[in-house]
Design a protein around this ligand. Structure first.
Ligand code: ADP
Ligand code: MG
Length: 586
């Protein structure tokens, strides 16, 4: 049953919050109880005041005291209201910080391949939404337990002391209200699940039209109107989903409001009846009548707003809690041995959502490969032949779907991060940070002199003249200098080379750099790869010749393996590609 989940996930949420900040959370509960009592005190002192007036023959001092007490009770309730709310806000911020830490820890522990699957991305988005609401959703139960319950219980006790029937009737009308609200939760859990993938798409298409990365291309190629139409269509579906849920919500609200009005009328009738009969004093009559609005106001607030809101959002907390379970996963790092041989035995790899267009389930098929220590290997092949996938598998980022990967005695196991590897990816990152940070973040603990950094930059053609110094910000986002694609790529290369490594993977590291410069860079790679094993993916066969060995890939398989001279001497994929490229570079 869905509503069983409500209490279950709230309980888990509270367990988490108390675990994070036990003292503050306990203080929050105490404040809520005092807050509840403060509202009740108002009613008691109001009756005292009315009784004092009604009784007649009272001294001015007595009258003034009762008036002061009533005023004091009002003031106290307002102050407690402010204190409890303010403390809640502060606590929310502190909990939010802790909740985020857990999300990041959990993201760190996800397998890299998870980021290739839409489901996994949904999970992350849902978890982030959940982390924003975890405090308010979970503390709703605390507010109900400590603030509202203490207020209602004392009110009931007070009414009971006046006459039992008053107290019982207020409790009876409470029950159908709660039952009706429980029904609402079902609609919202469904909405959350249906809307998450749509919302992700919606945000993505919006990005295609507004984001700097896409903006220029979509405008120049005239795709804006296309994106606008799918964006509008998605918005329509999302709105429909919301509307359906809203309609259901309003129906229930109508029913509840109807009950409340009936109850309100019934209680007033009872009050008049008992005061006529002389069962209760006029003072009590006035106090109850005056606080009845508050009583039903609170009742409506707790059910229609607080509880209903928590019910709508408990699904997001559930998503959050299930995501952060991974934060506790032990992360075992393994270091590459001093000198090692990379060995792939019958390795197959399939993406979580394989590309159906090319009809292949596996991006890598039965790959057997041994790379001895210190070798520089060039990986060549057509687009889509599996070069990048193979790099990611060798780097330990993707776990083989089948087969084994080892670095001498070290096995690539599930969830382990292999240390000692550096890479420059085809889709490299452009960190909007200082130039020096952009390079040194790959090995933050390494102490580096300005001279060393300057030499590295010189080697790969990174110039401080682009920005006016190593400390200058890159990227327009934070007021820095924007660079060209080639300049960003050189920085990515510098970052990859800066890291202390025993295995270096360069996946088309010069795609954005012009052909003339490419040769110089490849010579630098050759120079800088002397103390490690290196795998270089390139589409330029002329550059591949710097390698000790060339591996040719086609349709996810290794089809040729050897030195340039050997490969050129035989008929095959390499020779065919070489002849083709020779024509361009003549
Ligand atoms: P290359 O680097 O040689 O151009 P890739 O290794 O990137 O080739 O891709 C190999 C195959 O895997 C291609 O058929 C491609 O469609 C598929 N592929 C690559 N990335 C993904 C992904 N994230 N999800 C599904 N299929 C993918
Ligand atoms: Mg590639």
């Amino acid at each position: 049953m869905k509503h069983k989940n409500f209490f279950y996930y709230n309980f888990l949420g509270l367990k988490l919050l108390f675990g994070m900040l036990p003292a503050s959370m306990s203080l929050y509960c105490v404040l809520q109880i005092i807050h509840g009592i403060s509202w009740m005190l108002q009613v008691v002192f109001m009756q005292y005041f009315f009784d004092t007036i009604e009784g007649g023959g009272k001294s001015t001092i007595e009258l003034a005291t009762s008036l002061l007490l009533m005023g004091g009770a009002f003031l106290f309730a307002q102050i407690m209201n402010g204190v409890a709310n303010c403390f809640g806000q502060i606590l929310n911020r502190r909990i939010g910080k802790e909740a985020n830490k857990l999300i990041f820890r959990s993201i760190e522990r996800q397998e890299v391949i998870a980021f290739e699957s839409a489901d996994a991305l949904d999970r992350i988005h849902k978890a982030i939404r959940g982390s924003e609401g975890v405090f308010w959703v979970s503390t709703t139960i605390l507010d109900i337990l400590f603030f509202y319950t203490s207020y209602f219980m004392m009110m009931s006790w007070y009414l009971f002391s006046l006459t039992p029937i008053l107290s019982i009737s207020t409790i009876i009308i409470f029950i159908p209200n709660v039952a009706a609200k429980l029904l609402r939760m079902v609609a919202f859990e469904q909405l959350e699940n249906e809307a998450a993938p749509l919302r992700r798409k919606f945000v993505y298409y919006e990005k295609c039209m507004t984001d700097k990365e896409y903006f220029k291309e979509t405008r120049i190629l005239g795709c804006c109107s296309y994106f606008k139409s799918i964006h509008a269509k998605l918005l329509r579906i999302l709105n429909q989903l919301h509307f359906r849920a809203q309609l259901q919500k309003e129906k229930v609200n109508f029913f509840i409001n109807f009950l409340t009005v009936l109850a309100y009328g019934g209680i007033i009738f009872l009050l008049v009846y008992y005061v006529m009969k002389g069962t209760i004093s006029v003072g009590a009559f006035a106090a109850v009548l005056a606080s009845l609005r508050e009583f039903y106001g609170f009742m409506d607030e707790v059910i229609s707003e607080r509880f209903a809101w928590a019910a709508e959002n408990v699904a997001t907390v559930k998503n959050y809690l299930s995501f952060i379970k991974d934060a506790d996963k032990e992360r075992k790092n393994v270091r590459l041995p001093e000198e090692f041989e990379i060995k792939l035995e019958d390795v197959c790899f399939s993406y979580p959502q394989p590309d159906e267009g090319n009809g292949r389930l596996f991006a890598l098929e039965h790959v057997d490969l041994r790379i001895p220590w210190g070798q520089t290997v060039a990986l060549v092949g057509e687009n889509g032949s599996g070069k990048s996938t193979l790099c990611n598998v060798i780097a330990g980022l993707y776990e083989p779907t089948q087969g084994l990967l080892s670095y001498s005695e070290v096995q690539r196991d599930d969830g382990r991060v292999v240390e000692g590897i550096s890479a420059v990816f085809q889709k490299f990152c452009r960190y909007k940070m200082r130039l020096s940070e952009n390079i040194t973040i790959s090995e933050v603990t390494r102490r580096v002199t300005e001279e060393e950094l300057r030499l590295l930059c010189e080697e790969v053609g990174v110039s401080t003249e682009w920005t006016g110094g190593m400390d200058c910000m890159l990227g327009k986002e934070f007021g820095g200098t924007e660079l060209s694609g080639g300049q960003w790529q050189r920085i990515a290369i510098a970052r990859g080379l800066f890291r202390e490594k025993k295995l270096l993977i360069l996946d088309e590291p010069t795609a954005a750099i012009d052909a003339l410069e490419e040769n110089n860079l490849y010579r630098s790679f050759q120079k800088m790869c002397h103390a490690c094993t290196a795998i270089i993916v390139t589409h330029r066969l002329a550059s591949a010749q710097i390698a000790d060995r060339i591996i040719v890939m086609k349709d996810g398989k290794i089809v040729q393996d050897g030195k340039h001279e050997e490969l050129i001497a035989m008929e095959g994929e390499y020779k065919r590609m070489y002849e083709l490229q020779k024509k361009w570079y003549k």
